[in-house]
Design a protein around this ligand. Structure first.
Ligand SMILES: Cc1ncc(COP(=O)(O)O)c(C=O)c1O
Length: 425
């Protein structure tokens, strides 16, 4: 470890030193010792178009020479406006108001605060959020409150987190015979909660279709539609955290489109700039925005970050968005390539619960340890994959692929070959 750096998400003693990366080009990273690795996880799920894409680099360079930053209260600029127009052009019609912030956690914090205040603005006292077991929404305290508890990430801070209602996430996989039964049970539980206490709940917070950090757990589009129906029936806000699923990841521009649901709020970050700069957006429906659209300071949303709407970030976002439009066939077609490969691994005796959604595929590795984040297979794979020329980062025994959209079919085939080699040895 470098003497001046505190690495994030890292047990400081006993963990191998981080690998130094010299450069990146397309889907490949070059390490300090000149080894090349194929980035199969888009570097913490942000890199949509490959590393150092020249179009985004150019947009960043040109914007930096024009206007690097300006206070975003009382001032605005073209990149912020143009990026908001682009993003909302593909979202469901009612989602029109973009509130910028810096990262996935702040996108969620903003969504929670907006929802909470929304109910006050309309004269109701709804204060409790409903969320899903296994969820991950970020590492700030509000985002942690609506995320999974009972693990050593959250336990330390338990007293600082606010109370929520947790319902099960109906995770499913290819060939799961119990999908509909699990979904119906969750919907029934949710309906009962809302029925018993309709004035209590401010919103349902969810990672649509795929819980990322929780182990790439997937649910069905049908479940999303049932959830949407309940949310409309009981007039509770639906907040979709698309920090990971946004920008093509599920095989459509956004998971809400793939699932054909219209949330009240959607949280975006990660892929928004294609991995060039931190940026986030919380997009709210007109209906929510209008309750804040008054001259009453009490009904105003008093929230901002210094880098809110940063022009360089927005310029990167515009360039990345334009590349996303060009990549539509690739991100829509990746699902079939995953399915083709999953066919050859799904019955492997050391693999189970294969699942695919758009550009993301996952499978659980079987060993003699319990499933979950603490399974030590992750450390073995993280170490050995580099020698094979791949960057994998399993979540415990949940092995997943989430490559940038520039990878070729044969590169994806190679990722599955590498997985087989790793589990067989
Ligand atoms: C669904 C989801 N929400 C929120 C976050 C938090 O984002 P950030 O790490 O940018 O704060 C993540 C990060 O992995 C995520 O996957």
């Amino acid at each position: 470890m470098h003497k001046n750096i505190w690495q994030p998400f890292t047990i400081l003693k006993g963990t191998p030193d981080p690998l130094k990366v010299k450069s990146g080009k397309g889907a490949y990273l070059t390490l300090a010792d000149d080894r090349k690795v194929l980035d199969c996880i888009s570097s913490w799920w942000v890199n949509l178009h490959g590393h150092a894409h020249p179009d985004i680099a150019k947009a960043v360079y040109e914007q930096a020479q024009k206007l690097e930053h300006v206070i975003f209260a009382g001032f605005t600029h073209d990149p912020a406006e143009q990026l908001a127009e682009r993003i909302t052009s593909k979202l469901p019609k009612s989602l029109n108001r973009v509130f910028y912030s810096d990262n996935g956690s702040t996108a969620v914090e903003v969504a929670l605060k907006v929802s909470y205040q929304y109910w006050q603005n309309v004269g109701e006292n709804r204060t409790t959020f409903i969320c899903f077991d296994g969820a991950y929404h970020g590492d700030t305290l509000g985002a942690m409150s609506v995320g999974e508890r009972g693990n050593f990430f959250a336990d330390t801070f338990n007293d600082l987190l606010f109370d929520v209602e947790v319902i099960p996430f109906p995770e499913t996989w290819i060939g799961d015979p119990d999908r509909a039964k699990k979904e119906d049970a969750v919907i029934e539980q949710l309906e009962n909660l809302l029925d018993e206490n309709p004035e209590k709940y401010a919103g349902i917070v969810m990672e649509p279709l795929i819980q990322g950090a929780g182990g790439m757990r997937m649910c069905s589009e049908e479940f999303m539609q049932k959830l949407h129906w309940v949310n409309r029936q009981f007039d509770v806000l639906l907040i979709l955290d698309e920090v990971m699923t946004g920008f093509g990841r599920t095989g459509d521009y956004f998971a809400c489109l793939k699932s054909q649901v219209e949330p009240d709020i959607i949280c975006l970050s990660k892929g928004v700039t294609g991995g060039f700069t931190p940026l986030a957006a919380t997009v709210c429906s007109d209906h929510i925005y209008e309750t804040f659209n008054t001259d009453d300071p009490i009904k105003t949303f008093w929230h901002a970050h210094s880098y809110t709407g940063n022009p360089i970030g927005c310029a990167a976002g515009i360039a990345s968005w334009d590349l996303l439009l060009e990549a539509e066939q690739r991100f829509k077609g990746m699902e079939q390539i995953h399915f083709k490969n999953v066919e050859r691994i799904k019955d492997h005796p050391k693999l189970k619960n294969a699942r695919v959604k758009g550009t993301i595929a996952a499978v659980d590795i079987i060993n003699d340890e319990a499933d979950g984040y603490y399974n030590s297979i992750a450390n073995k794979i993280k170490k050995e994959c580099i020698d094979l020329g791949y960057l994998f980062r399993p979540l415990g025994n949940a092995f997943y692929l989430m490559p940038p959209y520039c990878v070729t079919e044969s590169e994806i085939d190679g990722m599955y070959d590498a997985l087989l080699e790793l589990v067989d040895n």
